[in-house]
Design a binder for this molecule. Structure first.
Ligand code: G3H
Ligand code: 13P
Ligand code: ZN
Length: 313
């Protein structure tokens, strides 16, 4: 069955690697994730966001994830699979996911006051742990993007707060803000493309060995952006986090790295190419198949070259 994140994180922290946390909304994305993990023998966290639940239905996604356990075994490598709620925004939603079979949840109270964040997160932890479900909390605010408006200011995680937060809430892992952000437009043109690994090091000193999570960790591969634009797309100034910086983070206390946007780019590039070059195609399998293949390669690349979770299943 599905597993929670506890043992996976303990091994990842001591082993100096990170577990991939890939979002999925449909069958092809899930197949690509499981094929990539089975072929590289990597554990995996399947993430379901609010957008995914609205798009595909939470019940269907949950059954797909449960089926993925069997599917991985059929592929010849029964990798550990976590089903995780991404960016849970209320106790009720977390409770519902916990009661219906998710093995891990995030309660994102990062936009609340410190005390409110502690209170809400503590409440979710108390409920989740009764069901052996692990909980991710968040401190600090990632810069967000609204449509095509570029990232607003970050509020970096305050290292002085992490020990108190982790102690008071009992969370199993902590998402931090060190300059990553969601989406495909992470830095403004001309801006220094650096994340604050110095803040990460400071946080690690305060809570040694505690599992740290990075959201907004897509790298926005420029070959994919160019491929999209070469086949009719219009992505201007799309940039992400350098893979070298993420590799360095994965070697330290970061044990979960969230990647969604890069997968979106890989899928879109492949679909655009097929439809552009073969306008006579109209069988969805003829463009979703290549998209799935491109996704699988991207996920394998991340596992082997960025996260280091290959062979850790
Ligand atoms: O945290 C953001 C993830 O990329 C999920 O985004 O809510 O559009 O599915 P979404
Ligand atoms: P990206 O948009 O950088 O892929 O981040 C995804 C994420 O953090 C999901 O929670
Ligand atoms: Zn996120």
């Amino acid at each position: 069955g599905l597993v929670n994140s506890r043992d996976l994180f303990a091994k990842a922290v001591s082993g100096g690697y990170a577990i991939p946390a890939y979002n999925f909304n449909n069958l092809e994305q899930l197949q690509a994730i499981i094929m990539a993990c089975a072929e590289t023998s990597s554990p995996v966290i399947l993430q379901v966001s609010k957008g995914a639940r609205n798009y595909a239905n939470q019940t269907l996604l949950r059954h797909l994830a449960a089926g993925a356990v069997e599917y991985a075994a059929e592929l010849g490598c029964a990798v550990p699979i976590v089903l995780h709620l991404d960016h849970g925004d209320s106790f009720e939603l977390c409770k519902d996911c916990i009661e219906t079979g998710f093995s891990s949840v995030m309660i994102d109270g990062s936009h609340l006051s410190y005390d409110e964040n502690v209170k809400l997160t503590r409440k979710v932890v108390e409920f989740a742990h009764q069901h052996d479900v692990t909980v991710e909390g968040e401190l600090g605010v990632l810069a967000g993007i609204e449509d095509d408006v570029h990232a607003a200011e970050h509020t970096y995680t305050e290292p002085d707060q992490v020990e108190d937060f982790v102690g008071k809430t009992g969370v199993d892992s902590l998402a931090i803000a060190i300059g990553t952000s969601h989406g495909a437009f992470k830095f403004k043109p001309g801006e220094d493309h650096k994340i604050r690994l110095d803040i990460l090091a400071e946080i690690e000193k305060r809570i040694p060995g505690f599992p740290i999570v990075l959201h907004g960790a897509s790298s926005v591969p420029q070959d994919l952006v160019q491929m999209i634009n070469a086949h009719g797309g219009k992505l201007k100034d799309a940039v992400g986090i350098g893979e070298d910086q993420l590799r360095e983070a994965a070697r330290s206390a970061v044990c979960k790295i969230n990647i969604d946007s890069d997968g979106r780019l890989a899928m879109t590039a492949a679909v655009r190419k097929v439809l552009d070059e073969k306008p006579e195609e109209f069988d969805p399998r003829k463009y979703l198949g290549p998209a799935r293949e491109a996704l699988k390669e991207l996920y394998k690349h991340k596992i082997i070259n960025v996260l280091g979770s290959n062979g850790k299943a």
